[in-house]
Design a protein. Structure first.
Length: 376
């Protein structure tokens, strides 16, 4: 018998398939206009129980570490792109037979692993274009002294004898198509002699083409013109764009305390379950909140970290202990970052299908917590 939402114990993630498909249809439209291939960035979202819905729309996966390579290869298929800031020899041995493309972060990594990988996959190199569009310095790939990618001044055209492609990743939740096109024009001009010798180019992720009213046609034509100019197969690596606004983290109010402000303590924690809220100081949005509400609350976690809170917001009526709250847009960089801080209960993961049925993708127990710390 299928569970209903009233029967589910909090905390839990609820992924909405219909909302996921809305994003995927936009991705399909972008592919049709541009000819670009899209590979899902597993660093953002790796919940493979949803992959049967995603696979018909995308071309494969891209990774940031060896386990993501294996997960994409085993559960998604299509093209498997392997990138890492640093590969050990053991890493390379583990991924080289699964990856269609292996992208190295530095010239030294390329040289170290070239002989061992040149027969296994199409090789690429990450480039730092020294231009970016990122709202936070912490997430800016082109920040000063960045370790991510090779600067143009360190390149020599002979590198194209070893690699078939380049990868530029220089956007983070970029909603401005003109800003992206300006960076694209910069790449076209600055790296033209390299691009004309390559077979493929990845432009990374962070392009928020599923944002409401984003001009997909304008982006698509810019990508198409770029690809035609340089005779390249283009790739994008969307993560957040695919799963944005698809998922709620559902929590319950378990206490209300007051110290000048009222704090509703919920059975979850940013530190454990929604880490980017804490890292980037980006408050969560609560479905039940009201812009004109007259009852203000801090939505605080049940962890012991003093500054661990989801947001400050207001409601039309006082909150009640036991009341459920839905923390919106909670798919990206959440389930891939879950941890057992304070020994808190891990949120279950559910998938609400188009027909309204609810599928349990995973649930967690004390044994899972204990297994991360040692063998019984």
């Amino acid at each position: 018998m299928q569970p209903t939402t009233t029967q589910l114990n909090t905390p839990y993630f609820m992924i909405d398939e219909s909302k996921l498909i809305e994003n995927l249809e936009k991705a399909k439209r972008l592919k049709e206009i541009s000819g670009v291939k899209l590979v899902l960035a597993l660093k953002c979202f790796s919940t493979f129980g949803t992959f049967e819905t995603i696979k018909p729309y995308l071309d494969g996966t891209t990774s940031s570490g060896p386990y993501e390579v294996k997960l994409g290869y085993e559960t998604f298929g299509g093209e498997t792109h392997a990138y890492s800031v640093g590969y050990s020899k053991n890493d390379i041995e583990n991924v080289k037979h699964m990856a269609d493309k292996i992208i190295f972060n530095s010239l030294s990594q390329l040289d170290a692993h070239y002989d061992n990988t040149k027969q296994s996959a199409s090789l690429g190199l990450r480039i730092n274009p020294e231009r970016s569009q990122a709202g936070q310095d912490l997430a800016d790939p082109a920040r000063p002294y960045s370790r991510l990618g090779v600067k143009q001044s360190l390149l020599d055209l002979s590198v194209t004898d070893k690699v078939d492609g380049f990868m530029f990743h220089m956007n983070c939740e970029n909603k401005d198509v003109d800003a992206f096109i300006a960076i694209l024009d910069h790449i076209s001009t600055t790296f033209s002699e390299y691009l004309d010798k390559l077979k493929w180019l990845s432009l990374g992720g962070g392009i928020f083409f599923t944002y409401p009213n984003y001009p997909i046609e304008k982006l698509g034509m810019a990508l198409k013109n770029f690809a035609q100019k340089h005779q390249l197969q283009l790739y994008l690596e969307p993560g957040e764009a695919i799963i944005t606004r698809t998922t709620d983290l559902v929590v319950s109010v378990i206490d209300i305390v007051e110290n000048d402000k009222k704090t509703a303590i919920v059975d979850s924690a940013t530190e454990a379950h929604r880490l980017d809220t804490l890292i980037y100081n980006e408050p969560a949005s609560v479905k039940e909140a009201s812009a004109n509400g007259i009852y203000p609350y801090v939505i605080g976690s049940c962890s012991c970290l003093a500054g661990d809170q989801f947001c400050e917001t207001q409601f039309d009526a006082p909150l009640q202990i036991g009341q459920k709250l839905h923390l919106l847009d909670s798919a990206g960089y959440t389930m891939v970052k879950l941890n057992w801080f304070n020994g808190l209960k891990m949120p279950s993961i559910y998938f609400k299908r188009v027909d309204g049925s609810i599928e349990t993708l995973n649930s967690f127990s004390y044994d899972d917590f204990k297994a991360t710390l040692g063998k019984s």
